[in-house]
Design a protein around this ligand. Structure first.
Ligand code: ATP
Length: 368
């Protein structure tokens, strides 16, 4: 599976991060919240993880650093990072990796910053701990990091406390802390959601610039496809705890295959529309534990077929769905071992992405 996914990203290098068939469940393992999640990410690339609220994005972020909340357990799968299987490491080894090789930026920096400690102390302690810098050098580095996240008067900011800064400034401090030990992977969980739109744009530019400079990979979690378009090389679209479409940002935006991806794109405001006029997708996503068999999106899908309610499709090679195809043509695309005539037409639009949808799947040989 990961070999196939790598071929989508267009990178031949061994991935920095590889997630295979990851499952997580709450309530001591009884309520599945992530199922069969697989993807890989090469060095220096950014994967956007996108989906509506409650689809499992933050749970995935927590699972990546092996910091699931109480009551949640990994039910299967593995996570490989930088040549090591994270899911097999003891907690002591994980503690060395978190904050050093893998850093996180969360939506609300107040929840990650200590209100009682000066900004400088909080940044310096990361490089003291993980890079073993002496205190003086760690403070010098903290000042440089504050300058690199474009915080004005860095020397003065070092002596301030989180409450003395605006939300945008605090998020820059969170960025400086995340970069303090030169991580290979940055996981950013909705880092711009709480910021004003203009500050959001500045912050995304900053992150992209820092990534170019330092070369880290990013998993960027967001419900906002507009943000994805700005910052991500690849996109994983999540629905009800599964990845339903995975491909390059260009493919996902130009030729979305999964009806849910289309619905997300259709919900974006169009040029000329009033700001805030986001069209909601009708219906609600299922809550964890409510998914019973079949495709979880079937109850909301305008292209649902009987098969969709019977069995859950896995993430397989897809064509850019011509959703005007009637369902008989669509099912021939899905089930024919050698593409028949209408399917051949469809395979001319075959592209390098995966989708978990009966309507859009084609046999692997059609991609040759
Ligand atoms: N500690 C918990 N115990 C039980 N269920 C939980 C817990 N934390 C989250 N959940 C449920 O797991 C599902 C996935 O939550 P998660 O926070 O990962 O989704 P999300 O996509 O990040 O949503 P949002 O965008 O709103 O943050 C949700 O239905 C949520 O209610």
């Amino acid at each position: 599976m990961s070999e196939q996914i790598n071929s989508i990203t267009g990178t031949s290098d061994a991935p920095l991060l590889s997630v295979t068939d990851l499952g997580v469940a709450y309530d001591g393992g009884r309520i599945p919240v992530l199922s069969g999640v697989s993807f890989s990410l090469a060095a220096g690339r950014t994967l956007g993880v996108v989906g509506e609220s409650g689809c499992g994005k933050s749970t995935l972020a927590q699972a990546l650093v092996q910091l699931l909340p109480a009551g949640a357990v990994r039910t299967g799968g593995r996570i490989d990072f930088n040549g090591r299987e994270l899911t097999a490491l003891p907690e002591t080894a994980l503690r060395d990796i978190r904050g050093k090789d893998i850093a996180m930026i969360l939506q609300d920096p107040l929840s990650s910053l200590n209100p009682l400690l000066r900004i400088g102390t909080q940044i310096a302690e990361v490089s003291q701990r993980h890079l073993k810098l002496p205190r003086r050098s760690a403070w010098d580095r903290a000042r440089e990091l504050l300058a690199s996240v474009r915080l004005s008067e860095p020397a003065q900011r070092l002596r301030e406390y989180p409450h003395q800064l605006s939300g945008g400034m605090r998020q820059r401090v969170a960025g400086a802390i995340a970069l303090a030990a030169s991580p290979k992977l940055l996981i950013a969980d909705e880092p711009t959601t709480a910021l004003d739109p203009t500050v959001q744009v500045q912050y995304l530019r900053l992150l992209k610039g820092l990534q170019r400079e330092h070369g880290f990979s990013m998993v960027f979690i967001t419900h906002d496809l507009g943000v994805v378009a700005n910052i991500c090389d690849e996109v994983a679209v999540m629905y009800a705890g599964r990845i339903v479409e995975l491909g390059t940002t260009a493919d996902i935006f130009k030729t979305p295959a999964h009806p849910y991806t289309r619905a997300l794109l259709d919900s974006l405001p169009r040029i000329g529309e009033r700001a805030g006029s986001l069209r909601a997708i009708s219906g609600q996503p299922p809550r964890p534990g409510q998914v019973t068999g079949g495709c979880a999106f079937a109850p909301r899908c305008p292209h649902v077929m009987p098969k969709c309610r019977e069995a859950s499709p896995t993430l397989l090679a897809s064509v850019a769905a011509d959703l005007s195809l009637d369902s008989s043509v669509a099912s021939s695309v899905a089930s024919s071992p050698v593409p028949s005539s209408p399917a051949s037409t469809a395979t001319t639009r075959a592209r390098r992405s995966l989708a978990a949808c009966w309507l859009t799947q084609v046999p692997a040989e059609a991609h040759a």
